[in-house]
Design a protein around this ligand. Structure first.
Ligand SMILES: NC(=O)c1ccc[n+]([C@@H]2O[C@H](COP(=O)([O-])OP(=O)(O)OC[C@H]3O[C@@H](n4cnc5c(N)ncnc54)[C@H](OP(=O)(O)O)[C@@H]3O)[C@@H](O)[C@H]2O)c1
Length: 251
């Protein structure tokens, strides 16, 4: 069984690097037009070039997902030009200002993380809803193991990712049977987001020991499941959250 998404258009937030870039390239390799969105134009341009080299369409759009007016306008432009069949809400952050014990986290850090990780995903879903419905399309949210279990000293991140798991279920109910909505919950993946953790040998080793598969994932190992969930091979899946975590949540 092969996955062929030719003729479809996938929009991937946070598609300019890390997991989002791998998902963007995964969709392009499966034959879909693939549009990566992020705030940094030069990064977006580089991925768009790579996508076009695979012979599918793309376009350069910059977007801050926390700006809901910009989200509406961006999805409208893409929808008019290319249509929208697949949306991946992947943009996510976990900055220093949001880490630590509850007393160390100020409102600003909490709001920043929830505005991007959860509010941004909701805004993109809302903006893409009509196009997805018309296309009988599909939405994928990228949560985290932090959407399924607690992670100490990451309160805003964990709250936002649990929120995404819930949002996946409520959108799946509202949009069935026209639009399937699912969620991925990755474990630790080797990207810029985890660069400091990877560089801290003690912390990295403790995460590797805690992970049954004994290592961080490569971004491409999250892209495969995303392409699968968006394909007809997953035609009976909606409202589901799939852990791709090397066994982290099996403990
Ligand atoms: N790496 C992991 O171990 C891991 C594990 C579980 C889940 N995840 C989740 O997977 C997703 C991707 O993570 P990653 O590791 O690939 O992170 P990353 O390497 O830091 O990439 C994050 C992407 O999101 C974009 N982004 C950040 N803020 C944005 C905003 N306000 N609007 C639009 N785009 C924005 C970034 O581009 P700009 O900064 O240029 O906008 C970049 O393209 C996140 O949701 C993360 O929580 C990651």
């Amino acid at each position: 069984m092969e996955i062929d998404l030719s003729g479809k258009t996938a929009v991937i937030t946070g598609g300019s690097r890390g997991i989002g870039r791998a998902i963007t390239m995964g969709f392009a390799e499966a034959g879909a037009n693939a549009v990566p969105l992020s705030r940094t134009k030069t990064d977006v341009e580089a991925v768009v070039e790579d996508v076009r080299e695979l012979g599918v369409e793309s376009r350069v759009e910059t977007l801050d997902v926390a700006d809901s007016a910009a989200v509406e306008a961006c999805f409208e432009r893409i929808g008019e030009d290319l249509g929208i069949d697949i949306v991946v809400n992947n943009a996510g952050i976990n900055p220093e200002t949001a880490l630590g014990t509850p007393s160390a986290v100020e409102d600003e850090g909490f709001d920043l993380v929830t505005d991007v990780n959860l509010g941004g995903a909701f805004a993109c879903a809302r903006a893409a809803g009509p196009a997805l419905s018309e296309a009988n399309g599909t939405l994928i949210n990228v949560a985290s193991v932090g959407g399924l279990v607690g992670l100490p000293r990451q309160h805003p991140y964990v709250a936002s990712k649990h929120g995404l798991v819930g949002l996946t279920k409520s959108l799946a109910l509202d949009w069935a049977p026209d639009v399937r909505v699912n969620c991925l919950a990755p474990g630790y993946v080797a990207t810029e987001l985890t660069a400091e953790v990877q560089d801290n040998e003690k912390l990295r080793k403790s995460i590797e020991r805690r992970t049954p598969l004994g290592r961080f994932a490569e971004p491409e190992e999250i892209a495969g499941p995303a392409v699968f969930l968006a394909s007809d091979l997953a035609s009976y899946a909606t409202g589901a959250t799939v852990a791709i975590d090397g066994g982290w949540t099996a403990r």
